[in-house]
Design a protein around this ligand. Structure first.
Ligand code: ZN
Length: 500
């Protein structure tokens, strides 16, 4: 859950992160954790197991979807999905390499926002709106957008904000994660508040790119596409599509790609000249990659759209893999687990060893109150991918069985998950739960300390770290980690006190 928090280096804590810098270039970037729509507000007065299931479902939602509720117009969330992230990494890797950067340092992430847009923020992060993916006709178009955005990163199109603003934007990306952690910890309102604030700060600070920066990003993007041997056809198609849409819908300039990515006919003409003479111009779209794109697009549409809309777009008559995928999400969102399972089974009938189809099935089972049945497919999905996001889901299922026999496996799975993706507050939360259930109070305190440290709640982190050290054997890895957190938290508290 926290790959996008990489500014926090493993082994360091939240406040030590480098200042985040934001550049917006709206072109107007998940396991989307399947979950019933979270409407905020009243919880049904269920009891016992039902409450647990409901809680798990709710937390599962938070794991993947961070709802930002600052203002309705700004309502956004980050979508985390193992399959989507793997696809984004593979799709962008040749372009990132062509731009002279290391693929592991650049991440393409998805924001839940219907506006067709993409931007660069927080150093080497390319954010793509779900609306852009839904509107892209093929992977080549998406690659065109990403190439352009990478051009902004490589061009250093970053404005040095004033100290105050830099702090505000620093809050932003981090708060997207921290807010969710706060919610997972039980303070729903506090969590929402944190996220809303951060988001608002970010949105109001987005700056427009100049025409000069746009054309330099265009040319850099064209160079990356060429080096990677990818046709510029998709890029051109997509820019033309955006231009047409702007004319047609007369999207207000302050809320569109046009404002920050001035799109002119001239710009498109220049690109056409560059692209058409490139040897890759007539190269067809990579079929395997295209199939993956169709899958994640369907999944995304199913996840973010109203189920009725999804069922119109992907009617029952469509028996393709993407259609089954989209409908599985639509039915699950509508709380029709049997129908959702039917679609998942259709997918598994076609590809029995597909880890993401197994994950889907496991998630539907888990979230419809059948954690025991969810274990086998999730276990298999983890075995096939070793993806931390799926591991955390498996741990959910194991814990949700409330069967002590499953806690050891849950602990093992979570330990591996946090080792690979440390900045996952929800994984730490679950790990704390497992340790507590197993009577390992010091480690439960350490997991809590990790979580609070990540949330920037230094006094709580310090308290938990101190409590952990009381029970841990001095000199052990866990003890040293607790000591680290205590030290860093103490320094942060000191620093905050001085600021006042
Ligand atoms: Zn741009």
């Amino acid at each position: 859950m926290a790959a996008y928090v990489r500014p926090i280096k493993a082994g360091s804590l939240a406040h030590e992160q480098a200042p985040l810098l934001i550049r917006s270039c709206p072109v107007g970037s998940g396991v989307f954790r399947l979950a019933r729509r979270f409407t905020g507000g009243s919880w049904p007065a269920w009891h016992g197991r039902r409450v647990m299931v409901r809680l798990i479902r709710w937390l599962a939602l938070l794991l993947g979807v961070f709802m930002l509720m600052a203002r309705p117009a700004l309502a956004q969330s980050i979508l985390r999905d193992a399959e989507t992230e793997a696809f984004m990494a593979d799709m962008s890797a040749p372009l990132v390499k062509a731009a002279g950067m290391a693929p592991r340092n650049v991440q393409v992430l998805v924001i839940n926002d219907p506006e067709i847009n993409a931007f660069v923020a927080g150093g080497q992060y390319v954010w793509v709106h779900s609306g852009l993916i839904a509107q892209a006709d093929n992977v080549n178009q998406l690659q065109g957008v990403v190439a352009h955005e990478l051009g902004h990163i490589e061009g250093g199109h970053i404005v040095r904000f004033g100290e105050g603003i830099r702090e505000a934007t620093g809050v932003t990306l981090l708060s997207l994660v921290l807010g969710a952690a706060a919610i997972a910890a039980g303070g729903a309102e506090a969590g929402m508040g944190i996220m809303g604030l951060g988001q608002q700060a970010a949105m109001s600070k987005f700056l427009a790119f100049s025409r000069g920066q746009e054309s330099s990003a265009d040319l850099a993007g064209a160079r990356y596409l060429s080096t990677a041997g990818i046709s510029g056809r998709g890029s051109l198609e997509f820019f033309k599509k955006l231009q047409n849409q702007e004319y047609r819908l007369a999207i207000p300039q302050d809320n569109s790609y046009g404002r920050t990515h001035p799109l002119s006919g001239e710009r498109i003409n220049v690109l056409r000249e560059v692209y058409t003479v490139d040897p890759a111009w007539d190269k067809p779209v990579d079929k395997a990659l295209e199939a993956r794109f169709e899958r994640i697009k369907a999944k995304l549409v199913g996840f973010v759209s109203e189920p009725t809309q999804t069922l119109i777009k992907y009617p029952e008559s469509d028996q393709s893999i993407p259609a089954h995928y989209a409908r599985a999400y639509a039915w699950h969102k509508s709380a029709y687990p049997q129908r959702a399972l039917h679609e998942a089974d259709a997918l598994l009938a076609a590809m029995p060893d597909d880890p993401y189809f197994l994950e889907l099935k496991g998630q539907i089972l888990l979230e419809s109150g059948r954690p025991k049945d969810a274990i086998a497919p999730l276990r298999e999905a983890v075995r096939l991918t070793n993806q931390p996001l799926i591991s955390v889901l498996l741990a959910h299922a194991l814990i949700a069985t409330e069967d002590e026999a499953n806690f050891a496996e849950a602990e093992q799975v979570l330990r591996l998950a946090v080792a690979r993706d440390r900045e996952n507050p929800f994984a730490w939360y679950q790990l704390g739960v497992v340790y507590e259930r197993r009577g390992d109070t010091p480690r439960a305190a350490l997991a809590t300390a990790e979580r609070y440290a990540m949330m920037g709640q230094h006094p709580m982190a310090l308290r938990s770290a101190d409590a952990a050290m009381q029970g841990l054997k001095p000199g052990t890895v866990d003890y040293l980690r607790a000591q680290d957190i205590a030290m860093v938290s103490r320094a942060a508290i000191e620093q905050q006190r001085k600021k006042r």
